[in-house]
Structures are given as structure tokens and as C-alpha cells.
Design a binder for this molecule. Sequence first.
Ligand code: GLV
Length: 328
Amino acid sequence: MIARRLPAAGRDLLGERFELDEGELGLDREELLRRVRGAAALVADPTVPVDAELLDAAGPTLRIAANFAVGYDNIDLDECRKRGVVVTNTPDVLTNATAELAVTLMLAAARRVGEAERVVRAGRWAGWDPAGLLGRELSGATVGIVGLGRIGTRVAELIQCFGPELLYTSRTTRSETIWAEWRLGLERVGLDELVARSDFVTLHVQLTLETRHLVDEELLARFKAGAVLVNTSRGEVVDEDALVSALTTGALRAAALDVFAREPPVGSPLLELPNVVLSPHIAGMTADSVRELTRQALTSVVDVLAGRAAVGVVNPDALAHPRQRGQE
Ligand code: GLV
């Protein structure tokens, strides 16, 4: 069962082997609950909550929930574990694409590209003005990277050439983190220090119970005056009401957001603020990354259903569940 829609290559890869039921971008939840019954595999994405209700609707035939994304906060891992449903994501295929968009948004906010474009389009540009729409440069600025996983590390690599001072926070100390710190000349600090010192703060954490509203009113009050916040992770990592206040009072100079607490953010006050650059959750979406995403997500389906080792298994415990051997 494809909860939403697959690129054609994915349809071919799965269609050669399995009977496919493919939903559509706006597939209604009730319809999905009805159509998922009896599926061996469910291909979901961040917009599809994979919870007890959906798992029960699928029934005991379901062996894999393959998320067509690197983030899997839409999936209730506990409920999948109980039922022996293997969950997969697509690590690394979106790393560069996401990091490039984070840098794009950072520069767009720094140089006020959104505001500038609106001025030109509206015919409000009266001519070259040395005092108009002054931005700031990354060169010499301090950039704080919250979360030094694959994407955070790639952001650090990409912005090296602008010459900022780079700070980061990380919950874990992995060898890759230490290596990146040394290789890229990063300074590890706590979150409070990072926001107090950074001119640009970019978020690269997973959404979990601990990171929900990580950027809240209290943390925003600690940000350096006039800082810019960039979010390409998940909307709920930021308390949007608190963000709107900080942007309205000018405590924050700007925000650049690819993700929102509710997507699409219809009616959000963020849409009315001039100092916000917005994009519609496209960070991971390039022609190359989506091709790889498709290949990886669907190869995991084929592998898990064939009982082979699969890439991107998030809950390896489930592989040992009797359901995986058809013994449930
Ligand atoms: C996109 O948001 C992803 O998690 O891959």
C-alpha cells in the first residue's frame, strides 16, 4: 500500500514484484484505513501518521512500514515494535539536498532576498539605493548548528567558504562528530551558549519528545539580539507562537523556514511577516535526491519482504518478531 504517490521509477520497481495499491497526495485517512487492510508493506511519508489505528487497520499481514523520508517522527515506533512491524527510513540520500537548502535559506534571510524580490515585483523599487535593504554577510558572522548529524555536518562543510565562526551542539559524542569538529574547526558548546553567541542558528535535530519546542519562548529570549533562525528540520521543534513574537518585536532579525507546525501553514501569522523567508518543505527534494530516495525506500521494502538485510532499518528488534517469519 502506497499511502500517497510514488515517482514512476518506484512504481515500476514495486509493480514488477507486488500487487500495488497507490493512494494520492490528498488521500483521506478513512480511505487509507480501509485500503491498507491486508497489506504486507506500507510506504508512508512524514504527512502520514503511522499509529496504532493504522497498524490495526492493516492487520497482521503488515511486515514493513517504509518511510519515504529520512525523518520518521510520523511513525509510532512503540506500536510497530509491539506488532513486529519493521520501520525503515532513507538515511543519507537527502543530506546534501537538505544542507544546500539550509544554506540557501540562511543566505536568503541574511541578504533579505524575499523582501527584495517582493519590492521589485510590486514595482516599489524606485532605483538603486545604497541605504536600501541592507543585509549582513556570513563572513565574520557566528553560525550555530544545532545537531551535528549528517545534515548539520554537511551545512558546516558548505558554509566553510564564507568564513564564519562555527559553533555546534550535539547530544552525542560519536567519532564522526569529533572528526567533523577537528576537520572543520568547529567549537562545541551548550545550547544556551550557542544561541547567545550566534548570528545565525540552524536546526538539524530529529523531532522527538525531547526536541519538541526546543526553541521556545525561554530559549528565544537567550538568542543574540538580531539573530536569524533557520529551520529545515521539523516545524514542531520551534514554538511558532513564540517565534512570531520574537520576529514581531525585532528580538530576532529574521527566520527562514522550510517546515511548519502545520503544513501547509494556512492562516499562520508567519505568512504576514516581512522578515520571514518561507519554502514549502522542499529541503530534501531535488531530482537526484528523490531518485535515490525512491530507490532506497523501495529496495528496503523488497529486502524486508524477502527476509534479507535491508538498509535504513530503524527498529532492528522487529526483525526477530514471529510476524517476520509468518508465525503470527
Ligand atoms: C523530509 O522531511 C524527510 O524527513 O526526509
